[in-house]
Design a protein around this ligand. Structure first.
Ligand code: FE2
Length: 151
């Protein structure tokens, strides 16, 4: 998932969504661009491939129940509320303007989409770059950090 979102994109999305919300609230304008159709992302690995650390059933529940629920609810809310922006980051950038249900479901969709990408079979290992620097600064070494973490 790409997170690049320029100020111009934000202003444009804000203006379009605000116009859409205001227009929808007035009952004068129907969906000009159609309703968003958010969907579950494909998981780039087999659900059982993270065993024994995370079992396949847990992964399946997160995917087919939790994540699907957020996506379905978000699509329903967007249709009901005349939210026509199909870019999840745009919606999240303006999330304080929307009711709690939109916040929860847009956030749930984003969080779960992120969750799938930060794990992989045989992943892990020593962090790199700024993360490793921060760990070394705070704990003297990655080995010491692991020692303290698992203590
Ligand atoms: Fe979940």
């Amino acid at each position: 998932m790409e997170n690049s979102f320029s100020r111009r994109d934000f202003i444009k999305a804000s203006a379009l969504t605000t116009a859409g919300v205001l227009a929808a609230g007035s009952g004068l304008v129907a969906a000009p661009h159609g309703d968003p159709n958010f969907s579950l992302p494909e998981i780039p690995y087999d659900l059982k491939s993270l065993e024994p650390h995370i079992d396949a059933l847990t992964m399946e529940i997160h995917y087919t129940k939790h994540h699907k629920g957020y996506v379905d609810n978000l699509n329903k809310l967007c249709a009901e509320m005349h939210i026509h922006d199909s870019n999840l980051e745009n919606i999240l950038a303006m999330v304080s303007r929307f009711p709690q249900a939109v916040r929860n479901n847009a956030g749930g969709h984003w969080n779960h989409s992120f969750f799938w990408t930060i794990m992989k079979p045989n992943g892990g290992g020593v962090p790199k770059g700024k993360m490793l620097e921060a760990i070394n600064t705070s704990f003297s070494s990655f080995e010491k950090f692991k020692e303290l973490f698992f203590d």
